[in-house]
Design a protein around this ligand. Sequence first.
Ligand code: AMP
Length: 267
Amino acid sequence: MRLILLGPPGAGKGTQAERLVTKYGLLQLSTGDMLRAAVTAATPVGLRAKEIMSRGELVPDDMVVSIVSSRIEEPDARNGFILDGFPRTVPQAHALDQMLKEKGLNLDAVIEIKVDDRILLKRIEKRIAEMKARGEPLRADDNAETLRRRLLAYHDQTTPLVTYYRLQSVLRTVDGMAPIEQVANAIDGILKAYRAAGAATQSGKLGIAGRQSRSRKRAPARAGSAKPAAKQLQAKEKTAKSGEPRRAARRPPGGKSKRPRRLTKRR
Ligand code: AMP
């Protein structure tokens, strides 16, 4: 299973990802962690990223794209992975689509953890006060001012991904203000539905790469060709895209509409 966790800094993506690692045996790929490791090791990437990260800005797309691309080729990523903190911009999302396509991989789900900015600021202030009281060291980018800047960057550059993935019919949203266990249950429910749909369409061919190549070919869909679980999922997706093939199937060119008769009276 390959997932993206989408959400502002401090929304709990890391916490949820850790739980998914234990529960589903997936690999957590946090671009923030990978970049911090590069900074600590003073690699060329780390040296480039250090200042940018401490200002709370995003490092250039090419840097993170190449880090992710080589990391997902490693053997421990074969069972699947959770992308945490990537993609963060629309060009990064395009690069990811391209990268997965080239590697013959699909994305199964994009889960948005939605949290109010004011709650996030309160949370970080509380956490910093607690860490200071315990005498623990703080990260260079761990303060309310940097968080404010990172939230601005998130809304400016990352929020468009919500629409990007909604249009691909893979976005699911959970309430990140609920208690951690409740958020976890909501995510489990989403993954269960994807697994059922994936099984029904033979090894998850409804993933993003599969969807895109299908819609590009625009093959007329055969009515009733999708298996029940996948059909149910598609019916719930309120996007223009998901409606297109079904309309094409109902009205063949030059033919009569094959719209099934309504069983209930129109009110
Ligand atoms: P995070 O731990 O995910 O909040 O990331 C910490 C910092 O790493 C961010 O503030 C950025 O400077 C950098 N970073 C992490 N992921 C990305 C990404 N996908 N694109 C650009 N910069 C990133």
